[in-house]
Design a protein around this ligand. Structure first.
Ligand code: AHR
Length: 490
């Protein structure tokens, strides 16, 4: 069986710009996400650039990471920034009580984070500690990072080796306040947010976008209450939604060797993102009709059961073709909501959950998710193009998801791009494409696909799956089952 898909593109009708920050990433002090994954220290035998893994830096530069969120997550609300500045040998060792109870040496702190994002050419999203930190502590961190006068805090930064202030693109005021960030009610958090945000002072023109910590999954009450009760000092409300194949935190589902039923459940869960974003955006449209507040999906991705031999507190998991398809489905949803969804962060960058990169000491592999980011980088800051899509469904029992989803945009290079993802693991899709307003006949780009649903790269076989060239006449466009395709229409 083949899926039938009709796509009508109106190349002369533009929509909102797809903010490059939709392609942001999350790097938390969790498992081997920072230590080993990013930071090995200058004395390591692993080749490094001033302590940062050179292989990881190069790989991340190639996919143009625009934004990195740090230091958490749940870790952010236990993080005390003073412990991560000054000579590394003098920094205290703490216990990472949230993630695995391991020692946290604090050798990756504020200066290392900014050096890392500057080496990547990315912007910084710093998440402050509201859950267990004071207003004073948060305000002083912001002054330490951004102060340009001769204040004691700005001078302390200078003494620690950084003359110029750091640029912060986004600043999060707490994380998951409904859970690990303090188990609060939204009304209480809204008041605390108003208080903390009041005292975060920066030099003129240097104020980051302020992010309120919002809700998750199907709940819209946080978006509703925060957008009603916070009327200044706010640029976005965060929203978290993870793909757990079984929708069950005790038995999430396996990362590899899964059945087609689990593939379907993964797609069905992922596609709920569309409904949930729509519901949150509807609250914002009601409470913020001027459109000042963004919906920042600053944690999303697949979350599987840990492999039996791994530390369950480290959230390390393998990454397969299924993850690549999940990423593309999410990108296509985010693009549909480009006006409000102007920033997202996949969880997470290296060695944690749906990672770009996995490392095993000196070894590194690039995951199928990494390649999806690479293929989609042409959508960063691209201008959406209007299109209508009708598709056969991919069904199991009484549940369905679209067989194919898509994105169309004009890149910053002026080229017209089409992305297609086939969610169905067994059936190819015939794409009947009609393009008005542009004289195009060919699709030229890349495809990511494989025979097995759980095809993956491993340390022993690191090049099992990678994108390959894709080219087709537009009047004969077919994409295989379980594939991600990004092409220029020319
Ligand atoms: O990404 C892992 C964790 O998931 C984050 O620390 C937390 O914010 C969320 O619950």
């Amino acid at each position: 069986k083949t899926l039938n898909v009709d796509i009508d593109i109106h190349a002369d009708q533009t929509g909102p710009v797809i903010n490059k920050d939709v392609y942001g990433q999350f790097a938390e002090h969790l498992g081997r996400g920072i230590y080993e994954g990013v930071w090995v220290g200058e004395d390591s035998a692993i080749p490094n650039t001033r302590g940062f893994r050179t292989d990881v830096l190069e790989a991340l530069r190639a996919i143009k990471v625009p934004l990195v969120r740090w230091p958490g997550g749940c870790f952010a609300d236990e993080y005390h920034w003073r412990e991560g500045i000054g000579p590394r040998e003098d920094r205290p060792t703490k216990v990472n009580t949230h993630w695995g109870g391991v020692e946290e040496p604090n050798s990756f702190g504020t200066h290392e984070f900014f050096e890392f994002v500057e080496l990547l050419g990315a912007d910084a999203y710093v998440n402050g500690n509201l859950g267990s930190g004071t207003v004073k502590e948060m305000a002083e961190w912001v002054e330490y990072m951004t102060g340009d006068k001769g204040s004691t805090l700005a001078n302390e930064r200078r003494a620690n080796g950084r003359e110029e202030p750091f640029d912060i693109a986004y600043f999060g005021i707490g994380n998951e306040a409904w859970g690990c960030g303090g188990n609060m009610r939204p009304e209480y958090y809204a008041d605390l947010y108003r208080q903390y945000a009041t005292f975060l002072k920066t030099p003129q023109g240097k104020r980051p976008k302020f992010v309120a910590s919002g809700g998750h999954t199907e709940d819209t009450s946080w978006t509703d209450v925060l957008s009603k009760n916070i009327d200044s000092n706010i640029d976005g409300i965060s929203y978290h939604f993870y793909t757990l194949p079984n929708s069950d935190w005790d038995e999430k589902g396996r990362a590899i060797k899964f059945s087609e039923q689990e593939w379907f459940k993964t797609m069905e869960r992922t596609y709920r993102m569309e409904k949930y974003i729509r519901a949150n955006v509807a609250k914002l449209d009601e409470n913020d009709p001027e459109g000042n507040i963004g919906l920042y999906v600053d944690e999303w991705g697949t979350w599987y059961d840990p492999e039996p031999e791994r530390d369950p507190g480290f959230l390390y998991q393998q990454n397969t073709l299924r993850d690549a398809v999940v990423a593309a489905v999410n990108f296509n949803i985010f693009h549909q909501h480009a006006e409000r969804v102007t920033m997202t962060n996949i969880a997470q960058m290296v060695n944690v959950l749906q990672a770009m990169i996995l490392t095993d000491k000196e070894k590194m592999v690039l995951t199928p998710t990494y390649y999806t980011y690479g293929m989609y980088k042409v959508f960063q800051d691209a201008t959406s193009i209007k299109f209508n899509l009708k598709t056969d469904k991919y069904k199991r029992g009484d549940k369905t998801v679209p067989g194919v989803t898509a994105s169309v945009a004009r890149g910053t290079d002026g080229k017209l791009y089409l992305a297609l993802v086939n969610l169905d693991p067994s059936n190819s899709a015939d794409i009947d494409l009609d393009v008005a307003g542009a004289n195009v006949t060919r699709a030229v780009g890349q495809i990511l696909t494989a025979d097995a649903m759980d095809t993956r790269n491993t340390f022993d076989a690191p090049e099992t799956i990678a994108p390959t060239a894709f080219e087709s006449d537009l009047d004969d466009l077919t994409i295989p089952a379980k594939s991600v395709v990004v092409v220029e229409l020319k």
